[in-house]
Design a protein around this ligand. Structure first.
Ligand code: THU
Length: 133
């Protein structure tokens, strides 16, 4: 699966967004090196803090099925907004532990696109080495 196809899979995941409060829809898709895909959409809650973002849900789905960072080829994150949705701070923290620093992250809103990686999105992250040292 190429970059465009992965972005298109993330747009499919976006259809499953449950966002009655923000009406802001986000989809994400993890592609593994052996060609598997894991999907996530943002799932909101009346207790707003319980909302879970699309990219976290996609990466958690991959990990829940035994995938680990070294198995991941790329992650696509797409949104319904006018601007590209760059991952929120909590997602950056999560992705910094669960993705390799330079695993490609493709961002798109259907109009604009940006290719990045978690090393770029969250430099100087707090990580497992800090806790276990
Ligand atoms: N959201 C995501 O799913 N990913 C992001 O990186 C940014 C924010 C969701 C959370 C909430 O459901 C909605 O977008 C508005 O914040």
């Amino acid at each position: 699966m190429n970059r465009e196809e992965l972005i298109s899979e993330a747009f499919k995941a976006m259809r499953n967004a449950y966002a009655p409060y923000s009406k802001y829809h986000v989809g994400a898709c993890v592609l593994t090196k052996d060609g598997r895909t894991f999907y996530g959409a943002n799932i909101e809650n009346a207790s707003f803090g319980a909302t879970s973002c699309a990219e976290r849900n996609a990466v958690f789905a991959a990990y829940s099925n035994g995938v680990r960072k070294e198995d991941i080829e790329a992650l696509a994150i797409v949104s319904s907004g006018k601007r590209i949705a760059a991952p929120c701070g909590i997602c950056r923290q999560v992705l910094s532990e669960l993705l390799e620093p330079e695993t490609p992250i493709y961002l798109s809103n259907g109009t604009d696109e940006c290719d990045t990686c978690i090393r770029e999105l969250l430099p100087m992250q707090f990580g497992i080495e800090d806790v276990l040292a």
